[in-house]
Write a protein that binds this ligand. Sequence first.
Ligand code: PMV
Length: 313
Amino acid sequence: MTQGIGYAHGKIILMGEHAVVYGEPAVAIPFPAVKIKATVEKNQGKTSIDCLFYKGLVDEMPELLESLHKAIDISLQKIKKNDWLTIKIESTIPAERGMGSSAAVAVAVTRAIFDYYDCSLTDEQLLEIVNEAEKIAHGNPSGLDALMTSSHVPYYYIKNQELSPFDLNLHGVLVVGDTGITGKTKEAVQDVADKVKHSPETYGADIRALGQLARESLYFLENDLPEELGKHMSAVHKLLRDLGVSSKELEQLITAALSAGALGAKLTGGGRGGCMIALGKDKKHGIDIAQSLANAGAAETWIFEMNGGSIID
Ligand code: PMV
C-alpha cells in the first residue's frame, strides 16, 4: 500500500453537553457539512504532519495537536510498527469550535494509519484509541466526540452504556453559527467540575436538569415536535449559562437567532466561544436566522435541513 486514507466529519451536540461527562444523556448528530481527510505515506525522515495550522515534525507539534500525536503513537503501537510517516490532513472543520475537531482529526488519522498498513480496525478499537488520545485534549472526555465524528447516525449517548442510535424524524432547519472565537472545552469542563464539587446542590441540580431535558428531547426528535424541541434548546442554554460556559459572543448570536424567530437556540459543544445552534421551521426561516446571525457578527453559518430524513450528504 503506497497511501493510507481516513475520513471523519464534524458533530453537533443538540442536548447534553457537559452533563454527559457526569453520566447524563446527550443527543448528538453527525455534521458532515464539515469534514476531514487524512492521508498517510512512508517518509524517509522523521514522522511529519502537514495541516492547515502546522507543517513540521510530529515531535515538535504545538499543544493544540497533542491528542493527534497520542493517536498516532497508539495506532503505531497497536500495529507494532515504528516507521516514519508523512501525514497530510485536509479539513473544513473549524478548530476548537464545539464541532469535535480534535476527535475528528484523531479519527481520520487513526483510520488512515490502519488503512496504510492494511490492518482491520473495528469501531470499538477506533473509539478506544481516539478516547485515549482525547484525554489529552479534554482531560475527562465523555467519549461523545469520538463516536459522533466517526459514525453516520444520530445517537442518544450515555457514557459507558450500550450505544443507542435513534431515528431523526424532525422536520425543521438547524442553523449553526460560529462566533469565530476558539472555544475552551478543557477549561470549561474543569470549571464545571469545580462548581459541581463545591456547590453540588446548585450545580449538581443543573447537571441533572440538563439530563432530563435531553431525555425529553429524544421524544421530540423522534416524533417531529420542533416547537417543543426549540423550547428545550433554550432551556438547556440557560442552564449552560448558569454553569458559566457561555460567552458574550455566544449570547449575541443566540439573541440574534431568537429575534429572527428561531424556535430555540443554544451553544453547542464545550462553549466559552465556538458555535451555537438555532432551530428554524423551514429553509426560508433558516436563511433569515442565518442572515440575522451574520449581521450579529457570526464568522460563518451553516444551514442544515433535517426534513425527517437522512442527514448524511
Ligand atoms: O467542544 P467539543 O466539541 O469538544 O465538545 C465537548 C463536549 C463536552 O460535553 C463539553 C465534553 C465531553 O467530553 O463530552
